[in-house]
Ligand binder design. Structure first.
Ligand code: TYD
Length: 223
């Protein structure tokens, strides 16, 4: 068995019956925020408790780390980045995600999670998937979502949508095209490495069509 497959065995999904852990992944402009808001409304309409959070951040400590990395004016060592995202994530799991999932009928939706570390630090920064998985192999970081929606767009679409928004570029957004192409390639690879968990969704279509695809899948896995 190759090292990645071996490491995968150290990971698990939450075992609280009747609760669901979801994450969204994709590059800038993939439409994660819009879809998360729509999904949240849909789930609340079904009388489920929904907690929606973003990474890095979501806790007082995590928001400080978020600022430290995204506002950084100089480049950080890839391992410094990797550990920093793990710290924010461990705190978020401990303070918010794990307690919330204990109540049946609860759904946690995360805007980015472990696959962002695999794509950005693993492939983008070159740490490798093995190292990033090793950083996550201990409790509580070894908790995987039941389902991850990867909103897939091309590099051209990502740049077009960013230009329309016209926001100032942060630490990662100001990286070169080559880095962003690696992220897209990586997410596509990850959806093959974790085929049961990651659903790759064509996000070049209209937001309504993306929602339809997500809801069709969600109906199958709802508690
Ligand atoms: P954010 O503004 O939340 O990005 P977006 O709107 O694109 O979701 O900034 C988070 C940035 O941090 C984003 O560029 C991806 C990066 N990131 C990592 O590099 N590794 C990680 O593990 C996580 C969670 C995020």
């Amino acid at each position: 068995m190759n090292p990645i497959e071996q490491l995968k065995q150290k990971f698990r999904s939450p075992e609280t019956p009747g609760s669901l852990f979801l994450s969204f992944e994709g590059v800038e402009g993939s439409g994660k925020t819009t879809q998360i808001e729509l999904l949240k409304k849909f789930l609340e309409g079904k009388n489920l408790r929904v907690l929606s959070l973003r990474e890095p951040g979501g806790t007082t400590f995590g928001e400080k780390l978020r600022e430290a990395v995204l506002q950084s004016k100089y480049s950080l060592h890839p391992l410094a980045e990797g550990h920093l995202f793990c710290s924010s994530r461990a705190q978020l799991l401990q303070e918010k995600i794990l307690p919330f999932l204990l109540t049946p009928g609860s759904v946690v939706i995360l805007d980015r999670y472990i696959d962002s570390s695999l794509a950005y630090q693993g492939k983008g920064r070159g740490l490798g998937y093995q190292t990033v998985l090793e950083l996550h192999q201990h409790n509580p970081l070894n908790l995987l979502p039941h389902r991850t929606y990867f909103l897939d767009i091309s590099l051209e679409t990502s740049y077009e949508r960013q230009d329309k928004r016209g926001n100032e570029k942060d630490y990662f957004e100001s990286e070169k095209k080559d880095f962003h192409q690696k992220l897209i390639d990586s997410y596509r690879e990850l959806s093959e490495i974790f085929p049961d968990r990651i659903l790759k969704v064509d996000a070049s279509v209209s937001p309504e069509d993306i929602t339809k695809t997500l809801l069709t899948d969600l109906e199958k896995i709802l508690p």
